[in-house]
Design a protein. Structure first.
Lengths: 259, 596
């Protein structure tokens, strides 16, 4: 069972994040960059499938040199190897362009299962599984809260508001996971040391046979044209209790349509 | 939001911009390492401490372990957190690969472990004691003892303790009465009581390895008759599995002001509650040679003392971070110069006196952290420096600094927490905010692992005098190398102040011992420890200021500000203490009991 996990490095969603004022792309250079949190669940799921069925887990990421940190973390959790697509021309690419790069990279890999987090905390478009399924011509099972592989079939429970759908597809397939699917392991000290010796292959667009003009901000299908900061918090309303504090509070909540 | 447990940025600064730990990777022992592995370890420690240790810190405080039917009951979160800790392999991190370790430098290991102490000092005590125990056995135990006990401890299957004190003998180990009767098969049977034994009983692990000080009958009196024994809670069979229950039992738990998550026990040895081999007496195995137990134990104690100092520092550090966060968000009052009641209130941090408290707490917390990590770096030098001469120098300097590394943070870390409470005002005094717990937890540190009074006697009575004063001379030489480096920098005046304090410290040391009256010289030892501690930390603030180089970030400016604070507000205190010492003041010595 060869599993490829798509991993993205993103600015830590727990810190102040910003856009680069020069081109409105995500400001990564000065940010505290981490693995997109939900991708850790995909890595964990891949490791569990591998532990049950054998095989190899490959991490695939597209990103600048700093994305190596995310790769190392994934490898220290237990993944076997990684492919890092790194090319300045990719900067500012939209989801559709990026899916072309990822699909080209996947075509150079052997895989039975492609796993990824359901969305990233920076772009939040959540369309990558569908885009890749279309490009690769394989099924996608999105939003998994449970995954099992039986022979050449993958079965998932797709999480919904009211319950779940039971889905299955023949392998190879793409599955995106939610953070309800498992509890990701921590890297271990041994894993950290072992990660240093695991192969990480860096590929350029030329290596993948992707035309540089098909990616990047200039030809992106979508771009951030303007951005406005969150308005500062208002002064708030002060309720002075003159024996009628409770009524005033209820009145305020009703006015805000909160009760 | 930045962590309120510790500052990742400060740890990075200390490890890399100041101590340059990456240079250690050139040495064979650390050759497998790189900045990458150090960063990964630090990140992992922060993550586990944040997600598994900090969340139950308050709950463990409010639900201290209970003694029920002879057994310890504690909240389940402690075991869950320790299981994650053990699984990560951090326990063995600094140990040899041969024992499952990753040969991490001690400097990085201490920095990583600081996250756990700061997040939850009670839960982190169990692995802390276990690592010290394992290190002692590796240094002084037989191969069989290493194979039997060290590996399970480093795998986290068993935890360890050190059992020194007795109900009647705490600081005065010469007066312990636990006896170890030699048996024909080479083992010993121990009989006696041990008091204040942290982690002395629990059900977190399948076995507990006690390292116990006891006297073999017929041995020399006093400390020269103390031997060291391994006494497992359960005897271990030849194949390493758990065997008979040993005759060591929990007699009771102590109820403490802080550190409540750590069981603190009275243990009875050899009272016949259990009868291993069919009879009463706790089975013990001699470590090393008879009557050398205390010197072996000090091997563990010295490391433990630096660890206690680190614990005191980081508890002060987390208090400081909480106070800083509160002071930046809480508005209260108006500036002293503009009392217009219609103007908006300002933040606490806008009041100069609050800034004074925050700078003081910062200078203690970050100064203590620098001291602890510098000492850890000396441990690495002592073990791995290229030449024997360098290793010897590191050993001597570390030995001289150890009482300061234990006592100074234990003295000033709680002051940082005291200030953190003060910044919070009335809220800080309530249990709705965590700073009161940090203070209570930290209040243990001047007491255990050798009280600060003992450390003062050790520093003045032993460390600065042995080998003809070589330790003090080396410390002075090391400090002067830094102050010389500061010439022509913006910190030349700080260097001059450190030099002046040092010169006087050396001279007053001579004055004290020049009296020919040890009772008089040692009577005011705690003032000496204070003076030496502030001089050393003043030097380390100079070191940190110099390590900021030309950087102009708020972080680096903040380092310089704290160095300035220490220079202006703290270093002058050295002269007050030295004035008292130099006058050979007899007030304490001559005040009779009836006048107290």
């Amino acid at each position: 069972m060869n599993i490829v996990v798509l991993v993205k490095q993103v600015p830590d969603s727990g810190t102040q994040r910003s856009l680069d004022p020069s081109d409105n792309t995500v400001a990564r250079a000065a940010a505290d960059n981490v693995i997109n949190e939900i991708d850790e669940y995909a890595i964990e799921e891949a490791l569990q499938v591998k532990e049950a069925q054998g095989g190899e887990v490959t991490i695939l990421t597209v990103g600048p040199a700093s994305a190596t940190d995310a790769i190392r973390k994934a490898l220290s959790m237990g993944a076997d190897r990684a492919v890092h697509v790194q090319d300045d021309a990719i900067h500012g690419s939209c989801a559709i362009q990026t899916s072309g790069v990822l699909a080209a990279a996947l075509q150079q890999l052997e895989y039975d299962l492609v796993l990824m987090g359901a969305t990233s905390t920076d772009g939040q478009v959540a369309v990558m599984p569908a885009l890749l399924a279309e490009r690769l011509g394989i099924p996608q099972l999105s939003g998994a809260q449970k995954l099992t592989v039986e022979g050449s079939t993958v079965k998932v429970e797709r999480q919904t508001d009211g319950g779940f759908w039971a889905l299955e597809a023949p392998l190879p397939a793409i599955v995106s996971t939610w953070d309800t699917i498992n509890e990701p392991r921590y890297p271990s000290f041994k894993g950290i040391m072992a990660a240093k010796k695991k192969p990480v292959e860096t590929k350029s667009l030329a290596d993948l046979g992707v035309d540089p003009s098909s990616v990047g901000l200039a030809t992106a299908t979508s771009a951030v044209v303007d951005v406005t900061g969150r308005p500062p918090k208002g002064e708030g309303v002060k309720v002075t209790d003159e024996g009628d504090g409770a009524e005033k509070l209820v009145g305020f909540l009703a006015e805000q349509k909160l009760v | 939001m930045s962590s309120l447990i510790l500052s990742r940025r400060d740890l990075e600064f200390l490890l890399h911009e100041w101590l340059e730990v990456e240079t250690l990777t050139k040495r064979p022992r650390f050759a497998e390492h790189s900045r990458e592995t150090f960063d990964a370890v630090m990140e992992l420690a922060e993550q586990i401490a944040t997600e598994h240790f900090a969340p139950h810190n308050r709950k463990a405080d409010e639900n201290e372990p209970r003694f029920v039917d002879g057994r310890v009951q504690m909240i389940p979160e402690v075991a869950q957190a320790l299981a994650v800790f053990v699984e990560s392999g951090i326990m063995a991190g600094t140990f040899d690969e041969e024992y499952g370790g990753m040969q991490l430098p001690q400097t990085v290991g201490q920095a990583a472990f600081a996250w756990f102490k700061a997040a939850n000092v009670g839960t982190s005590s169990y692995p802390f004691l276990t690592m010290g125990n394992a290190r002692l056995l590796l240094a002084h135990g037989s191969q069989e003892q290493k194979d039997t006990y060290v590996r399970p401890m480093l795998e986290g299957r068993w935890f360890g303790t050190m059992a020194l004190s007795e109900p009647q003998a705490g600081s005065s180990l010469a007066d312990i009465t636990t006896r170890a009767e030699p048996q024909e098969d080479g083992t010993y049977r121990l009989v006696g009581n041990k008091m204040w034994i942290s982690a002395g009983d629990h059900e977190l692990t399948e076995n507990i390895v006690h390292l116990v000080l006891a006297k073999i009958p017929g041995g020399p009196p006093g400390v020269k008759g103390i031997s060291l024994f391994v006494v497992p809670k359960f005897l271990v069979t030849a194949d390493g599995s758990i065997g008979e229950r040993n005759d060591v039992v929990l007699a009771g738990l102590n109820h403490k002001m802080g550190y409540r998550g750590t069981t603190n026990t009275l243990l009875n040895f050899g009272e016949g509650v259990h009868t291993p081999g069919g009879r009463a007496g706790a089975v013990g195995y001699l470590v090393g040679e008879p009557h050398r137990g205390l010197s072996y134990m000090f091997h563990m104690m010295n490391e433990a003392r630096i660890g206690v100092g680190m614990g005191a520092t980081v508890l002060g550090y987390t208090g400081y971070l909480h106070a800083l966060d509160y002071a930046r968000t809480r508005t209260q009052g108006r500036p002293a110069t503009g009392r217009d009641p219609s103007s908006p209130m300002v933040r606490l941090v806008d009041h100069p006196d609050v800034r004074r408290m925050l700078l003081a707490a910062k200078s203690y917390a970050q100064g203590g952290l620098a001291l602890g990590l510098y000492c850890a770096r000396l441990v690495d030098e002592e073990r791995t420096a290229e030449s024997q001469e360098e290793r010897d120098r590191a050993h001597l300097l570390l030995d001289t600094l150890t009482p300061i590394a234990k006592a100074w943070p234990s003295q000033w870390g709680p002051v940082a927490d005291d200030l953190a409470i003060q910044v919070h005002g009335g809220y800080g005094y309530t249990r709705d905010y965590p700073v009161e717990q940090f203070y209570r937890d930290n209040r243990l540190n001047p007491i255990h692992e050798g009280t600060n009074g003992i450390q003062a006697l050790d520093l003045l009575g032993r460390k600065v005098t042995v080998h003809g004063g070589a330790g003090l001379a080396l410390l002075a030489e090391t400090i002067r190398a830094t102050t010389a480096r500061a010439a022509g920098t913006p910190f030349a005046d700080l260097a001059a102040d450190v030099d002046a304090a040092l010169t006087r410290l050396v001279s007053v040391t001579g004055t004290l011992w020049g009296t020919g009256d040890p009772a008089l010289a040692l009577a005011n030892a705690s003032a000496y420890l204070d003076a030496a501690g502030h001089t050393v930390v003043g030097w380390l603030w100079l070191e940190q200021a110099l390590a900021t180089r030309e950087e102009t970030s708020d972080f680096h400016e903040g380092k310089r500000a704290a160095a300035r604070y220490f220079q202006r507000w703290e270093l002058p205190k050295v002269h007050t203490w030295l004035d008292l010492l130099e006058s050979l003041d007899r007030t304490v010595l001559d005040t009779p009991d009836a006048h107290l």
